[in-house]
Ligand binder design. Structure first.
Ligand code: GCB
Length: 610
């Protein structure tokens, strides 16, 4: 019987065993069972559980199942004579979500493979249901196996993915094994070289999602591009009854009861005109309850409506000019020394941004978890969302491009209904070359094709005009393709001392809104000295004062996201007694103590708000 179900499942759902299925969005409001908790783990630096002694990958051999030496088999020796050199039952545990680096001292610097295993029971009598296994993110490469069947592989450390597992579950002791490898690689996205810590592991939530046979997998319900009265988008049904099906969308508060029909691909167009929409703004972050239903399934979401556009060098939110009072953020809970991954972490981080009086955050340098984006949305904080195309990516490598594009489309897919996401950013501080510009323009074409109603940007670099180090411009050829001109600059820190700012002349001739995506300098919380002493809070305070004055001279200035909210871990920052493994450019220490420059920026933002 078990095998019959499995066979049926494979015929019905041939994606099993290949790679990830199309993403299911809004998992927080579906029928889910958490698989978070304690997972057994085995460190496998030489990947002995995967490659044999001829370096052949076990799961790519014919009859890859029942290969008892491969760790995904989760096999136990049956009698005292049998030679099996691993045993998950005897192994220690790691908590999921969370990185391994933060949990075990011996794993602090570890970059390589660790096998995770979790067992669980499942009520297989829920006969009509389909079941999916969802990972919020795994850093960096994951191979996933359930009961000795390979579900697939996922590459990229910060985006969600899911596999259908209908028919593969048993009543008792399902064995879910994940090979996680966080080795940095030249051709990866990001590449070898970054300025953040390479936390490895299953770093976000793991869930089982149950659905009906045909269910609403995806939808896009937002204001149409350039029309503040029209809501448009699509709803997508997944399942064998997905054609010609009626889909209902209700927004009770707006008296909307809308019906549409799916086409041959299970896609239904959405188009309606609600009256008296209260638009989402940072001051009133209005979200409406939206109920979507099909014959067999329903799901609800809370969705906000707003427009975001540019007009010359102005940024317009709902048609009104805005200034983005922003801050850059890494996805890290510094006092725990780990990735941020929970609702509590999102509250902690975004409360700090709120204390600065921010209406905008740059979620650097990779897609952050969904709690961050949704919490910011409820708090009225706009979001810059970014993929880890950072510094020296392997521009000529086709696989690298595909990987970057996949990460971009996964994050657009996940967050396309979030009103607060206003900018998709495709890169950070990438060196100018033809290959790189082609790579990035292909990415923005993809972003525009998927979501034409948001703005596109990238954190570029400034350049000096001829030989005068104090006359500064932006002459990156990529600048012509973005909607918002953003760049990082470190006047007073990497260039000169803070006073240099008063002598700099900015000559930006591009008529687009300008966001200063980074500026800043390091300070050790509690270290006080005069304003010329590096690492003192006074130096950082002076640097902020001088930079803010200088940046005000840029006529197109429409916002900024200084670097950075809190001190964050980085292996590039080892200066003893000052950095000790932390990038010290935070306005807060990693434990949440405010440095003097915090008040400088907060006061500036308070004035900007007037
Ligand atoms: C940058 C990078 C950022 C670094 C920062 C720094 O330009 O974009 O990732 O952490 O400078 O601290 O130098």
């Amino acid at each position: 019987m078990k095998y019959l179900t499995l066979l049926l499942a494979i015929i019905l759902f041939p994606a099993i065993g290949n790679s990830q299925d199309e993403l299911i969005i809004n998992t927080e409001n579906r029928n889910v069972t958490s698989l978070n908790g304690h997972w057994k783990y085995i460190i496998d630096q030489y990947e002995y559980g995967y490659y044999d002694y001829r370096y052949r990958p076990a799961d790519q051999q014919p009859n890859y199942q029942n290969n008892h030496g491969a760790f995904y088999t989760d096999y136990k020796a049956e009698d005292k004579t049998e030679l099996i050199e691993y045993n998950f039952d005897l192994a220690e545990t790691l908590v999921v979500p969370g990185s391994w680096n933060a949990q075990e001292e011996e794993l602090f610097w570890y970059e390589g493979t660790i096998w995770y295993r979790r067992t669980f029971d499942y009520d297989v009598q829920k006969a009509d249901n389909r079941v999916f296994l969802y990972f919020g993110a795994i850093n960096y490469e994951a191979h996933v196996y359930l009961n000795d069947t390979k579900l697939g592989k996922h590459v990229g450390g910060f985006t969600p993915f899911n596999f259908e597992i209908t028919g593969l579950l048993k009543e008792k002791d399902n064995s879910l094994v994940v090979k996680v490898d966080n080795k940095r690689k030249k051709e990866a996205v990001p590449t070898l070289n970054t300025d953040w810590f390479n936390y490895g592991g299953i770093t976000r939530d793991v869930k089982l999602i149950e659905t009906s046979e045909t269910f609403i997998q995806d939808y896009h319900i937002q204001l149409a591009d350039g029309d503040m009265k029209q809501v448009s988008g699509f709803v997508k049904l997944n399942g064998s009854n997905n054609q010609g099906e009626k889909i209902k969308i209700e927004i009770p508060e707006l008296n909307i009861k809308y019906e549409t029909i799916t086409n041959n691909n299970g896609m239904a167009k959405v188009n309606f005109y609600p009256k008296n929409i209260k638009y989402w703004t940072p001051e009133t972050p209005k979200l409406y309850e939206v109920k979507l239903s099909s014959d067999q399934y329903h799901v609800t979401d809370r969705i906000g409506f707003r427009s975001i556009e540019t007009d010359g060098s102005d940024l317009l939110l709902n048609g009104k000019k805005i200034f983005l009072r922003g801050i850059s953020i890494h996805e890290e809970n510094g006092s725990r020394g780990d990735r941020a991954y929970s609702q509590e972490d999102a509250n902690l981080i975004l409360n700090r941004a709120q204390q600065l009086n921010c209406n905008f955050v740059r979620l650097a340098h990779y897609p952050h978890n969904e709690y961050m984006v949704r919490t910011a949305e409820r708090m009225g904080i706009m979001v810059w969302s970014e993929i880890p195309v950072y510094w020296t990516i392997d521009w000529q490598n086709e696989e690298t491009y595909k990987n970057a594009e996949q990460q971009l489309s996964d994050i657009i897919n996940r967050d396309k209904n979030r009103a607060n996401v206003i900018i998709w950013s495709v890169a950070n501080e990438t060196p100018v070359s033809d290959a790189r510009t082609e790579f990035l323009t292909s990415l923005i074409d993809k972003a525009r094709e998927m979501d034409g109603a948001r703005l596109i940007s990238a954190a570029l670099e400034k350049h000096t005009v001829s030989h005068d180090p104090l006359t500064i411009t932006i002459d990156d050829p990529f600048a012509q393709y973005v909607d918002v001109l953003s760049f990082n600059q470190y006047m007073g820190w990497y260039e000169g001392l803070p006073e240099i700012c008063s002598r700099a002349k900015w000559t930006i001739e591009i008529e687009k809104p300008v966001i200063i995506s980074e500026f800043g300098g390091g300070a050790l919380y509690g270290f006080h000295a005069d304003k010329d002493t590096r690492w003192s809070e006074e130096f950082q305070e002076e640097l902020y004062k001088q930079n803010l004055k200088m940046l005000e001279t840029i006529p197109q200035l429409s916002g900024m996201t200084p670097w950075i909210l809190s001190d964050f871990r980085s292996p590039r920052r080892m200066l003893k007694d000052i950095q000790d493994g932390w990038n010290r450019k935070g306005l807060f220490s990693e434990n949440g103590e405010k440095k003097k420059a915090f008040y400088t920026l907060r006061d500036y933002y308070n004035e900007k708000e007037q």
